[in-house]
Design a protein around this ligand. Structure first.
Ligand SMILES: C[S@@+](CC[C@H](N)C(=O)[O-])C[C@H]1O[C@@H](n2cnc3c(N)ncnc32)[C@H](O)[C@@H]1O
Length: 321
């Protein structure tokens, strides 16, 4: 499939763009939600593929201006501020009942990661923030206020870090000398606590991932968005999710397996059926997640851990596509 021409990526190179478009199977006039607008690379491509309507969602205020500029340039596009976990509410506000596709490109955009002021990166010094929507408790609040056991369990659970207890102990010991407020300060403290050398990844990688996931409730958001597809995805509609670590990918994999195992319900025209819709039936489009090509990883190393899963909603008996 040819790459669709998109405007300059504005600091973020869209990952697995062609594979995303194939999974979404955009058709003329269809309505699609780009739940992770970012710099808008996916939304632009979905519009270029002929969508009738695209709703862009992002919880980061920095993404909103880009989205509003796109909305001003293309009447088929609407930008909405908020979380994809509230998908049903956003669609209800826009008076949209059903959509033809939802895409979630999880994690951070390069614009967020590369801005030290956002506090996501351990490579550059900045305030220990990590809040995508700049609201609620920050990573500094968590690191300075949570008890040792809570910190250890967050770092273990969301970072899959074996040295979680040692790191939590070191954090609590250090904050006795004053609050930990900077990313480099935390990264160096973690490196000392872990004491690993010669590893492929920075010793702070897992701890930063864990704090970010907790601060933004990233896994809860994903679970809520997937569950929302039961109510909003049209028969024949597509779900495409690009995950960047195993915790996210496991949730998507398990959701798709559960929905693939659903039995189609009897005709909804039978009078005894309740009005509310239950779980939908999804047909996964691949057995294993798609990975980026070697050429893409070479051109954009941030794509290296991407895993794309896509599925199609099957119609129920008596239900039109
Ligand atoms: C990897 S970027 C998306 C990049 C986009 N596909 C592009 O081509 O520019 C992820 C974006 O999703 C946003 N995001 C992450 N979690 C979110 C959530 N729960 N609700 C809404 N937006 C979210 C982030 O703020 C970020 O801008």
């Amino acid at each position: 499939m040819a790459t669709v021409a998109v405007d300059p990526p504005l600091g973020h190179v869209p990952v697995m763009l062609d594979e995303m478009l194939t999974g979404l199977a955009v058709h003329a006039g269809g309505a699609y939600v780009d739940g992770t607008f970012g710099a808008g690379g996916y939304s632009r491509a979905i519009l270029a593929a002929g969508a009738g309507r695209v709703i862009g969602l992002d919880r980061d205020p920095a993404a909103l201006d880009l989205g509003r500029a796109l909305a001003a340039a293309d009447a088929r596009f609407t930008m909405t501020a908020g979380r994809f976990g509230d998908l049903s509410q956003h669609l209800a506000t826009l008076a949209i009942d059903q959509i033809d596709g939802l895409v979630l490109d999880l994690g951070l955009s390069s614009r967020q990661l590369d801005d030290p002021a956002r506090g996501f990166s351990f490579a550059a010094d900045g305030p220990l923030d990590m809040r995508m929507d700049r609201a609620g408790p920050s990573a500094a609040d968590l690191v300075n206020q949570a008890d040792e056991q809570t910190l250890a369990s967050i770092i273990h659970r969301y970072g899959e870090e074996r040295a979680a207890r040692r790191i939590a102990r070191a954090i609590v010991a250090r904050r006795g000398q004053g609050a930990i407020t900077r990313t480099r300060e935390l990264a160096e403290l973690v490196a000392q606590a872990v004491g690993r050398h010669g590893e492929r990844i920075d010793p702070a990688t897992r701890t930063f991932q864990a704090l970010r996931i907790h601060v933004n409730d990233e896994l809860g958001e994903l679970e809520r968005a997937l569950a929302a597809t039961d109510a909003v995805l049209r028969p024949g509609g597509r779900l495409v999710v690009i995950a960047f670590h195993s915790l996210e990918d496991r949730i998507v994999k398990q959701f798709l397996a559960a929905r693939a195992a659903q039995q189609p319900r009897p005709s909804r025209h039978l009078p005894e059926l309740p009005a509310a819709r239950g779980p939908i039936v999804l047909r996964p489009l691949q057995r294993r997640p798609l990975r980026p090509s070697a050429a893409e990883v070479l051109a954009n190393p941030r794509a290296r851990s991407a895993r794309l899963r896509a599925a199609e909603r099957l119609p129920e008996p008596g239900e039109a596509r």
